[in-house]
Design a protein around this ligand. Structure first.
Ligand code: FAD
Length: 513
C-alpha cells in the first residue's frame, strides 16, 4: 500500500544523520508552527528513529541493523559486527560495519583517489554507527569568519549530548593522560592541552552508557512535534527550483517506486559529503566550487601496551568481544595545534587491534590505540565529478573522485608517524611493527565538497548560514560544509554549522508568518 507524501511543507530536510536531525530539532524548538518533512533514503533501524546500532545489545539484531545500513548491496549477513575488525589490516579498501563504499569511480588512473570513501544509508546516517568523538576545532582548524563559532559549538554539544567526563573512572585513564601531558603539554595554550575526549555518550543512572545517534539530536522536542514527519526509504532525486529559488523536491518512494513532488519554502540537503553535491548537481545547481576542495584526514594508527601500571580494580573483567561501551574504554584527546598540526585520539581498547598470543589476556585498559589524524593540504583540483551516463546504485549521477596527496600531505603523514611513535614510547611498549597509515577516505571524515565561504568569490558553495549562493531557500549541511582543513573529528563542527542554518530559516519563517 502506498504511503502518503505531503504535497507542501515549510521545510524539507534531505537526510536524517546528525546534521539533518539538528535542523529538525532547532526548527522544532524555534519555529514550532512550521511543517517539517525529513526524507531519508535508508530504512528505519530503531524506535525511536535514529538510535545508535551499538546500543542494540543483541548481536544478531545489531548485525541486521548494520547490514540494513549498507546501501543497495549490503555485505553478507555473517559479516562480523565487531568494529575493531580490520583496524590494523593493510587491506586496500575497508568497509566498516554499517557503511558501504563507493562501488566505482573512487580512484582515477595515476591518482591516490579515495578508496575508502564510505556512506551509510539508514535513518540516523553514519551517526548510527559513529564513535561519538566530539572535539572542538582549534587554532588553524577554526572558521575565522564565524564570530559566533564557540556559541554554535556549545549548542552542538547540547544537541549531541556531549560529555567530557563519561569515562572518568576508566582504569589507567588518569595515568594515560598524565604520560601524554608530560610529553606534550609544555607549550600548549590551556584549552589545547591533553584532555579527556568529549564524547557523545550518556551515562544513565544505573551506570549504563549509550551512544548518541540522531535520536538524541532529534530529542523529545522533535519527536513531540506533530508537524514533523520522517519518511524512510524515500530517495530525493532532485531539488526543484522556481525562478532560481528552491521550491521543493522530487522524491522516489523506494517502497513503491512512485515519484512525488513536495513543495517547500526551504530545502535543506544534509545527505553527506558525497551525496549532497551529487543531489545539487542532479538538480542543475552547479556552482564552480561544487564538489571541489574535497578533503579527508590521512590517519596513522599504532598500538601500545601501557608500561608499569599493575592491575586495575576490574581485573576480573575480560572486555574482549563486547560491543557496548564499557567503563575501561577511556578516550584521551591530544588537540590539534598549529605547532603539532595533528588531532590525536588515544583509546583504551576493549581488544587489541593486533593479534596477541592466545593466552595473553590483557588487563582491561592497558592496550592503547593511538590514531593521529592529519589536516589535508587543500586543493581545488581534489574534486568530485558526476556522470549521468554511469549512474550509482540508486540511479543518481555516478560519482568520480579526483584526489591526490600532495608533497605537503606526504610530509605531514611522515611527521604524524614520527609523532605517534614518540608518543607511544612515552606511554609504553609498542605492539606490532611500525605505525600504519590507512588508505585515503578511511577516516570517514570527508569534507569540503559544499564548503562555506564568507563571500561568493567562487571558492565556496554556501554562505555563513549554509544557504547556497544565488539559490535562496536552499541550504546544505554536513561535513562537506566545513571550509577549513580540520584534522579533528568533524561532526560537532558540522552540527554547529547546521544550528546556524536552522536558526536563520527559523528567523525567516517567523518573519514571514
Ligand atoms: P550522515 O550521518 O552521513 O547522514 C546523511 C544521510 O543522508 C544518510 O542517512 C543518507 O542515507 C541520507 N541520504 C543521502 N542521499 C540521500 C537522498 N538523495 N535522499 C534521501 N536521503 C539521502 N565523526 C566524528 O565526529 N567523531 C567520531 O568519533 C566519528 N566516528 C565515526 C565512526 C564510524 C564507524 C563512522 C561510520 C563514522 C564516524 N564519524 C565520526 C563520522 C560521523 O558519523 C559523520 O560525520 C556524521 O554522521 C555526519 O552527519 P551527517 O548528518 O552530515 O551525514
Amino acid at each position: 500500500m502506498s504511503r502518503t507524501f505531503p504535497t507542501s511543507v515549510d521545510v524539507v530536510i534531505v537526510g536524517s544523520g546528525p546534521c539533518g536531525a539538528a535542523y529538525a530539532r532547532v526548527l522544532s524548538e524555534r519555529a514550532p508552527q512550521a511543517t517539517l518533512l525529513t526524507l531519508e533514503v535508508g530504512p528505519q533501524l530503531a524506535d525511536p528513529p535514529g538510535g545508535h546500532v551499538k546500543n542494540i545489545l543483541d548481536e544478531q539484531a545489531r548485525a541486521a541493523a548494520q547490514r540494513a545500513s549498507e546501501g543497495p548491496a549490503p555485505l553478507s549477513a555473517d559479516t562480523p559486527t565487531d568494529t575493531m575488525d580490520g583496524y590494523a589490516d593493510e587491506a586496500p579498501r575497508m568497509a566498516r560495519p554499517g557503511t558501504w563504499l563507493l562501488p566505482s569511480g573512487y580512484r582515477q588512473p595515476g591518482e591516490d583517489g579515495l578508496p575508502n570513501a564510505a556512506m551509510s544509508s539508514n535513518v540516523g546516517g553514519m551517526g548510527a554507527h559513529w564513535t561519538g568523538a566530539c572535539p572542538r576545532p582549534g587554532e588553524g582548524e577554526r572558521i575565522a569568519f564565524l564570530d559566533d563559532l564557540d556559541e554554535l559549538l556549545t549548542e552542538g554539544e547540547r544537541l549531541l549530548a556531549v560529555d567530557d567526563h563519561a569515562f572518568d573512572d576508566a582504569p589507567f585513564a588518569d595515568e594515560v593522560r598524565k604520560r601524554l601531558a608530560d610529553h606534550l603539554d609544555a607549550d600548549r595554550a590551556e584549552d589545547r592541552r591533553v584532555a579527556p575526549m568529549p564524547l557523545a555518550v550518556t551515562r544513565h543512572a544505573d551506570g549504563r552508557l549509550t551512544w548518541s545517534g540522531s535520536d538524541v539530536v532529534y530529542g523529545d522536542a522533535t519527536r513531540a512535534n506533530p508537524r514533523h514527519t520522517l519518511l524512510p526509504e524515500a530517495l530525493v532525486t532532485r531539488v526543484l527550483l522556481t525562478d532560481g529559488r528552491a521550491s521543493g523536491v522530487r522524491v522516489r518512494d523506494l517502497q513503491t517506486g512512485e515519484e512525488h513532488d513536495v513543495a517547500a519554502r526551504y530545502v535543506v540537503v544534509a545527505a553527506d559529503s558525497l551525496r549532497t553535491p551529487q543531489l545539487l548537481w542532479a538538480s542543475g545547481v552547479r556552482p564552480h566550487a561544487l564538489g571541489r576542495y574535497l578533503n579527508d584526514q590521512p590517519q596513522t594508527v599504532y598500538a601500545v601496551r601501557l608500561r608499569d601500571v599493575g592491575h586495575a580494580d576490574q581485573e576480573d573483567v575480560d572486555p574482549r568481544g563486547r560491543s557496548s561501551i564499557v567503563a575501561q574504554s577511556g578516550v584521551s584527546w591530544v588537540p590539534y595545534t598549529d605547532q603539532h598540526p595533528f588531532h590525536g585520539q588515544v583509546m583504551q581498547l576493549d581488544a587489541s587491534p593486533v593479534p596477541l598470543a592466545a593466552d595473553d589476556v590483557p588487563t582491561p585498559g592497558t592496550i592503547v590505540g593511538l590514531g593521529w589524524f592529519c589536516a589535508k593540504d587543500l586543493q581545488e583540483s581534489d574534486r568530485l565529478e558526476f556522470d549521468e551516463t554511469a549512474p550509482d546504485p540508486y540511479g543518481m549521477p555516478g560519482i568520480q573522485v579526483h584526489y591526490r596527496l600532495t608533497e605537503a600531505d606526504h610530509a605531514s603523514i611522515a611527521a604524524a608517524t614520527a609523532a605517534v611513535k614518540e608518543v607511544a614510547a612515552a606511554l609504553g611498549d609498542p605492539l606490532g611493527g611500525e605505525p600504519f597509515t590507512f588508505g585515503p577516505g578511511a577516516s570517514l571524515h570527508i569534507q569540503g565538497t559544499v564548503r562555506m565561504g564568507e563571500t561568493p568569490d567562487g571558492t565556496s558553495v554556501c554562505g555563513p548560514t549554509s544557504e547556497v549562493w544565488d539559490v535562496p531557500g536552499l541550504h546544505v549541511a554536513g561535513n562537506g560544509v566545513i571550509p577549513t582543513a580540520i584534522a579533528c573529528n568533524p561532526t560537532l563542527t558540522s552540527v554547529a554549522l547546521a544550528v546556524a542554518g536552522a536558526r536563520s530559516i527559523a528567523g525567516s519563517l517567523s518573519e514571514r508568518n
